[in-house]
Design a protein around this ligand. Structure first.
Ligand SMILES: Nc1ncnc2c1ncn2[C@@H]1O[C@H](COP(=O)(O)OP(=O)(O)OP(=O)(O)O)[C@@H](O)[C@H]1O
Length: 441
């Protein structure tokens, strides 16, 4: 099979879509919307994503095409760009269902009388100010390329208010063509998600290719900012797809789950699992692992995506375990690592404190850059492509910057304070209100 290549004609279409602004969805909105999924609400969600995903993908293709230096020419970057272009094409070629005017009317009515007014208003994500947006011109009106584009099929599409999700379409009786569309749309986005599984590794490979052509050992600020935007956007796209697929398939229909979101995420339980996992990876690697002591005032439950939380804690704990073991070795007692969980009105904060010797002040900015690591380098390709979250002890220099993006995605943050010669404290802030928009650039 020959690899997909973006044609100039497709790129023109992509550039056109990239002129439109992306629309963010808050965690709370996702939950409100997904609580009573019916074919009617799922159709609305499919329509929303069918318009939103091509815009998001187009922004990324354009950015990959216009990267600074000669980064856009690196073979792995070209590969990733073609995946994005192909996914864009898959979506715009998928035809919305042909539905009669009567059904359109009915759908509009159902939407009007729905509980949308009860949907919480989202606030701008406080993390946006931390990530520099690219200079992309966005079209002000209209808000959707489909509503004016003659090149894309628009049969049966009904006007969609991008800024609202609809919550009360359960009573709407869906004709079979809508159900079929829901299914085929879901298959398409599942395939897109799979295609993009190896994006993190492949972009990392592209950065390595670029580093080989340049004299610098670190990543320039503009490339670092691009990576932050790019990976943040990827988290958003995958969260939206994961959430939609899960609602359609009903796969995460466990109690307290709405799609991939848990309305009662229990921090203590997640932290306990992450501690056990990180310690077992540490033990497998070094043959020993320090104790981890958790201080948690109560069973704190809040709205979150448990897999994101697990991933961040696991990465941070691995760093602390490694620092302690490498500082003290097998011959002296290992000071325990402390995990302290605090619960405020706005934030839940998790502090992880270790006595692993800390990081020099000059080294602090480096730890947030991609590909910076003091561990022996690992084979990128093998370890990474398996899944989203890898399990080796250390070695890619992605743990901290990616965890910070996960935290910021839902309005939280990750901070690190070190005392060189003693140890490190990391603060993981999680926004309890869950009402901040996705940070979109
Ligand atoms: N708690 C800590 N104590 C001391 N140094 C740390 C700590 N956390 C991170 N570092 C330093 O920051 C570097 C980057 O950390 P990061 O988590 O981004 O990548 P990594 O752990 O090296 O690799 P991986 O991508 O596999 O997580 C580490 O290699 C280490 O030098």
């Amino acid at each position: 099979m020959t690899a997909f290549q973006m044609t100039p004609h497709l790129y023109d279409k992509i550039k056109y879509f990239a002129r439109f602004p992306q629309t963010g969805v808050s965690l709370r909105q996702m939950v409100m919307f997904g609580q009573k999924p019916s074919q009617g609400t799922l159709f609305k969600a499919s329509q929303f994503l069918h318009e939103e995903l091509p815009i998001r993908l187009a922004h990324r293709v354009k950015e990959l095409e216009e990267l600074p230096k000669n980064l856009s020419d690196m073979p792995s970057i070209v590969k990733v760009k073609n995946w994005y272009a192909q996914s864009f094409q898959d979506l715009i070629e998928l035809r919305p269902p042909r539905i009669s005017n009567a059904i359109k009317e009915e759908l509009l009515e159902a939407s009007k009388t729905s509980e949308t007014s009860a949907l919480p208003v989202s606030i701008p994500n406080p993390s946006l100010r931390n990530i520099i947006p690219p200079q992309i011109k966005t079209a002000k009106t209209p808000s959707s390329p489909r509503s004016i584009s003659s090149s894309t099929s628009n049969h049966g599409s009904i006007p969609l208010d991008h800024h609202r999700y609809y919550t009360n379409l359960e009573t709407f009786k869906c004709p079979p063509e809508i159900e079929e569309y829901n299914q085929s749309f879901t298959r398409t986005i599942e395939a897109i998600k799979r295609r993009h599984d190896p994006v993190v590794t492949t972009v990392a490979q592209g950065i390595l290719e670029y580093k080989e052509t340049s004299s610098s050992h670190t990543i320039d600020t503009d490339i670092q900012q691009f990576l932050d935007r790019f990976y943040m956007s990827r988290i958003g796209i995958r969260t939206l797809i994961g959430q939609h697929v899960s609602l359609i398939r009903g796969s995460d229909s466990a109690k307290d789950y709405v799609g991939v979101i848990c309305t009662r995420t229990n921090i203590k339980h997640i932290a306990r699992d992450a501690i056990a996992n990180a310690r077992s990876v540490c033990e497998a690697h070094y043959g020993l692992a320090p104790d981890v002591r958790m201080f948690c005032p109560a069973d704190i439950e809040f709205l979150y995506v448990p897999s994101h939380l697990n991933h961040m804690l696991f990465e941070l704990l691995k760093n602390s375990l490694r620092a302690v073991v490498e500082r003290f070795g097998a011959d002296s007692p290992l000071p325990p690592i402390k995990v302290i969980i605090a619960y405020g009105r706005e934030d839940i904060t998790i502090k992880i404190s270790d006595e692993g010797g800390g990081i020099s002040r000059s080294g602090i900015p480096l730890v947030w850059t991609y590909m910076y690591t003091t561990a022996d380098s690992q084979e990128l390709e093998h370890e990474y492509s398996q899944s989203e979250f890898r399990a080796p002890m250390a070695g890619f220099g992605y743990g901290l910057p990616l965890s910070r993006l996960y935290a910021r995605y839902f309005g939280g943050d990750l901070k690190l304070i070190s005392m060189e010669g003693y140890g490190t404290d990391v603060y993981l802030h999680l926004n309890r209100l869950s009402n901040s928009d996705e940070p979109l650039m």
